[in-house]
Ligand binder design. Structure first.
Ligand SMILES: [Zn+2]
Length: 342
């Protein structure tokens, strides 16, 4: 059969703001999609079909049956076999468009691999389902001035915006630095595919505008959609926070956490949770012996409490710690490194 694939973008090129010039830009564009689940499968599919030249699909998970209701690149064979999502997605994307390059990466995005995985792209699509990865992404994107498209959906509602470091507010400007979750999740309240499809499509729209140089068309704010309660809201960005720790003061504590070390989250005022990134077991009675000469210690097999210089540590056997009396993540991390080790 005659190869008429050169015409595959004809309808997109007929769309005047893209045209042949925009299409040529898409062919050269490099995009990373972080998370290949409900949002990521939709955006990856659309970006592949649109002819974005390079797509890196990053996900740490395998396909299971609960995914099939909304994760559009996977089918029953993938769930049956428990294939890695990144691999299954890449395979499907190559069937959509064999002329682009698709690179699957099965990994957790961490401070250790984020440089390798995101340094060579023009744009990052956030399709993760967790706050910590988004905060890491925000730190990294701001530190490197690479735009990224925030997206989140749960239940019947979702939010998205394009974050351009130095131009728009960043994630910390928008939601503050103390956001550690405690939100509804797909695992607690469910999610319907109608909303993930809309949010991912809205992300793709901004991606196409950005990658084809249609700056004036970019949405200058957040889109909030609730498909069940019939709400569509556009929330203007407002100004960047000049005192924003991330894009104002350029502090990137999450990037400084070393590989295999810890993640840090806030748990209310003056309490910071430090959690090892790798599975670990701490021998608490043994550690208690070590700490006894440095401060006050109480310990049993499941919990150790330690206090020194008005800072209190509650350490669990899995290495997770709550550190009370500090407000700075870097201070919490260094306290943990000093007394527990990482
Ligand atoms: Zn900011």
């Amino acid at each position: 059969m005659q190869d008429t694939s050169a015409q595959r973008y004809s309808r997109q090129e007929l769309f005047a703001p893209i045209g042949a010039a925009g299409q040529a830009r898409l062919a050269k564009a490099r995009v990373a999609i972080v998370g290949v689940g409900a949002l990521g499968t939709v955006s990856a599919g659309q970006l592949a079909r649109a002819g974005v030249g390079f797509l890196r699909c990053i996900d740490r998970d395998v396909v299971d049956w609960t995914n099939l209701q909304r994760q559009v690149l996977f089918d029953e064979r993938d769930a049956e076999a428990g294939v890695a999502k990144a691999t299954a997605a890449a395979e499907q994307l190559r069937h959509f468009n064999s002329r682009i390059q698709v690179e699957p990466v099965t990994a957790d995005l961490t401070s250790a691999n984020i440089h390798t995985l995101l340094s060579d792209v023009d744009l990052i699509v956030d399709a993760t389902d967790n706050v910590q990865v988004r905060q890491l992404l925000n730190d990294w994107a701001v530190s490197r001035s690479i735009p990224w498209i925030y997206g989140a959906a749960v239940s019947s509602y979702g939010v998205t915006c394009l974050i351009r470091p130095g131009v728009t507010p960043c994630l910390t400007c928008l939601f503050g630095e103390g956001d550690t979750g405690g939100h509804d999740t797909c695992d607690t309240v469910g999610v319907i595919a109608a909303v993930t499809g809309i949010i991912a499509s809205a992300q793709v729209a901004e991606a196409l505008k950005f990658l084809t140089g249609n700056q004036a068309a970019l949405r200058d704010g957040l889109l909030y959609v609730d498909v069940w309660h019939n709400e569509w809201r556009s929330l203007p960005f407002g100004d960047r926070r000049m005192d924003c720790p991330t894009c104002g003061l350029r502090q990137f504590p999450l990037l400084e956490a070393r590989s295999g070390s810890v993640t840090v989250t806030f748990c209310g005022r003056q309490t910071i949770q430090v959690r090892p990134q790798a599975d670990t077991t701490v021998n608490l009675p043994h550690l208690a012996e070590r700490l006894r000469r440095l401060g006050s210690v109480r310990a049993n097999d499941s919990l150790l409490r330690f206090e020194v210089d008005e800072i209190q540590l509650s350490l669990f056997a899995d290495g997770r710690a709550l550190i009370h009396g500090v407000t700075d993540p870097a201070a919490a991390r260094s306290f943990y490194a000093r007394y527990v080790g990482m």
